[in-house]
Design a protein around this ligand. Structure first.
Ligand code: PLP
Length: 442
């Protein structure tokens, strides 16, 4: 009997025994292509440089508490993250994962306003169909109803506006630009409704990951969001936990939208699965407000600034920017996009193909003309996950994105080291898995 508490109690997953490039090998020797467990493993599973950086750090010192020490690896990682960061992002707070980063961001936004004498600013505005993590603050910001439902009574009250989701939101005859302005202007309406002097921050994912499958914003949307935040003194928090660290072909995903936030969260790809690490970046102005105020961000976890995790993060970053993997992500992302279009572009059950870089989404529909989703009781997304895994492919199907119940999507987010043959393997296996899942429904 196992004492592990698995994700699903009925789950008896195989044991991951070995990493081999883009593959995970189980105890029977079966190989699984990692096209995105959850968009973490951007370098595959046997990156020698990252492994060496971790071992070297362990040989020096594994950990030193930030209440007393900083470390070479944490300083170096913060310097490099800040060097490439957009806008005025200048200070880096290292944490252990994505939820920790978004929790810290929300608390920093609140404390910033408090220290500036704007203590009424405590409200957070977020978006529907978003995911910001599973801790209670992050879950309160998240707009995925299925994830929120059981914990409703414990969540902090936050308001949620519509996301920028052109496939379902754009009206007949409306240009993409007009659509983007219309949905962005909903933020202004919400700020006015809440009372501008009560709103601390707006949080959004530049490219929505785990709830909608690589949904990019239309051109102009985030520029208008930035203007609205500036107009009302509301901080803009961008959650790039999934879409950041090169996943979209840009080191920071918001570069594609031509804007910079006040606070930015990253995780997943920063550790690339080699170590649990995330980071919250903030502007010089926010940092200096705290510095000149209480001098203490009233937050902290035991493992913030972890030297070994930071060594991994530094090596991952170096692989992305020094070894050309960002460019490779862009190039292979283009090839994957073309291959998905060729294979699924005319599929009667594929409503939308989208994404950027190696962050691609497929939205499945019962009827392509009407965009009618599948009956949720068919559990199409779960069936695809099962079929793909049986065929040796890890991808990330999920559902419940329309009104919290309907909607089936697949997120594909392979490592940046993929070769042309891997693109074919992903598309072939997915095709088979989708056929298996739809065939099983008759
Ligand atoms: N934010 C986004 C956009 C995410 O996709 C996730 C995880 O999927 C999180 C936050 C939470 O990150 P973690 O699972 O590392 O806590």
């Amino acid at each position: 009997m196992s004492h592990i508490f698995p994700r699903h109690t009925a789950m008896r997953p195989p044991r991951a025994k070995k990493g081999d490039g883009c593959y995970i090998v189980d105890e029977t020797g079966k190989r699984y292509f990692d096209a995105g467990g959850a968009a973490i493993d951007c370098l595959g599973h046997s990156d020698e440089k990252v492994t060496k950086a971790i071992k070297d750090q362990l040989d020096k010192i594994a950990f030193a508490h930030t209440g007393f020490f900083t470390s070479d690896s944490a300083e170096a990682l913060a310097d490099r993250l800040a060097e490439f960061a957009p806008g005025d992002l200048d200070r880096v707070y290292l944490v252990s994962g994505g939820s920790e980063a978004t929790e810290a961001a929300i608390k920093l936004a609140r404390q910033y306003h408090l220290e500036r004498g704007e203590g009424k600013r405590a409200r957070i505005i977020a978006r529907l169909q978003s995911y910001h993590g599973n801790t209670l603050g992050a879950l309160s910001a998240g707009g995925n109803m299925w994830r929120r439902e059981p914990f409703g009574p414990l969540l902090v009250e936050m308001s949620h506006i519509d996301p920028c989701y052109a496939y379902r939101g754009q009206r007949d005859g409306e240009s993409l630009e007009d659509y983007g302005l219309r949905v962005a202007n909903a933020l202004e309406a919400e700020i006015l409704k809440q009372g501008p002097d009560t709103v601390a921050a707006f949080i959004a994912e530049p490219v929505v990951g785990a709830t909608m499958g690589a949904v990019t914003a239309v051109p102009g949307y985030f520029k208008r969001i930035r203007e609205i935040c500036d107009k009302y003194g509301v901080l803009l928090i961008l959650d790039e936990v999934m879409c950041g660290m090169g996943r979209t072909g840009y080191l920071y995903a918001c570069e594609a939208d031509g804007i910079a936030p006040d606070i930015l969260c990253i995780a997943k790809g920063l550790g690339a699965g080699y170590q649990p690490i995330g980071a919250m970046l903030c502007t010089k102005q926010i940092y200096e407000t705290i510095e000149e105020g209480t001098g203490f961000f009233q937050h902290g976890h035991s493992y913030i600034g972890h030297p070994t995790a930071a060594a991994a993060g530094g090596a991952v970053l170096s692989r992305l920017v020094d070894d050309g993997l960002l460019e490779r992500c862009r190039e292979m992302g283009g090839k994957l996009e073309t291959a998905l279009q060729e294979r699924f572009g005319q599929n009667p059950h594929v409503g939308d193909l989208r994404g950027r870089g190696l962050f691609r989404g497929i939205e499945l529909v019962a009827d392509r003309e009407t965009k009618e989703p599948f009956d949720p009781s068919l559990k199409i997304n779960a069936a695809i996950k099962k079929a793909a895994f049986a065929r040796g492919l890890m991808c990330y199907p999920f559902g419940g994105t329309i009104d919290g119940k309907r909607g089936d999507h697949i997120l594909v987010a392979p490592p940046f080291i993929i070769e042309d043959s891997h693109v074919d393997e992903i598309v072939d296996t997915l095709d088979g898995a989708i056929k298996d899942a739809l065939g099983a429904q008759g």
